[in-house]
Design a protein around this ligand. Structure first.
Ligand SMILES: Nc1c(NC[C@H](O)[C@H](O)[C@H](O)CO)[nH]c(=O)[nH]c1=O
Ligand SMILES: CC(=O)[C@@H](O)COP(=O)(O)O
Length: 165
């Protein structure tokens, strides 16, 4: 189902685990910060709405989306978090740089999910133009940051329940 047919902000918190006991790491790219700050707000609002404590939420900034991978890796190694959410916005320019950044971040975050025991949530917009980013960071299609928060709660719960199985 394409995003256009699904509002990214819809969730039913009665069907979610309570987030109060989970520690959340959030790594935010400063590139396109007029978009990434909207994504972060969506994430933070949803986490708090689902019971997370502000003191259990750690935010770090990185220069661009390509640095999300290193930031998430350091967050995992140095902070006792149950899940990490990476937030970035890559918008197509004139060159192939878009493709390489998007692929590099995608593969890097996939690698962290495979190589560490902390789930890393992929809240990366990879858009053809700025309007698509606006529409997905609190606009007509909702907020991908909200979607990422819900995924983070579910994955932190899965990780907790699968320990020592
Ligand atoms: N063009 C975008 C970038 N480019 C910067 C890279 O992410 C990276 O910071 C740089 O190559 C240095 O390593 N980053 C975004 O997040 N969004 C873009 O649209
Ligand atoms: C994703 C990018 O790095 C891109 O926005 C840079 O723009 P350009 O491809 O025109 O250099």
């Amino acid at each position: 189902m394409a995003t256009a047919n699904k509002n990214l902000s819809q969730y039913d918190k009665t069907k979610l685990p309570n987030a109060k006991d989970f520690r959340f790491g959030i790594v935010v790219s400063e590139w396109n910060d007029h978009i990434t700050e909207g994504l972060y707000k969506g994430t933070l609002d949803a986490l708090l709405d689902c019971g997370a404590s502000q003191e259990n939420i750690i935010r770090w900034n990185v220069p661009g989306s390509f640095e999300l991978v290193y930031g998430a890796q350091r967050m995992i190694v140095t902070q006792e978090v149950d899940v990490v959410i990476t937030i970035g916005c890559v918008i197509k320019g004139e060159t192939m740089h878009f493709e390489f950044v998007c692929e590099g971040v995608t593969q890097g975050i996939k690698d962290l999910n495979v190589q560490t025991d902390v789930p890393v949530i992929f809240c990366l917009l990879t858009d053809n133009n700025e309007q698509q980013s606006i529409d997905r960071s609190g606009g007509i299609h909702g907020n991908k940051g909200t979607e990422a928060a819900i995924a983070a709660i579910k994955m932190a719960d899965l990780r907790r329940n699968s320990e020592n199985k």
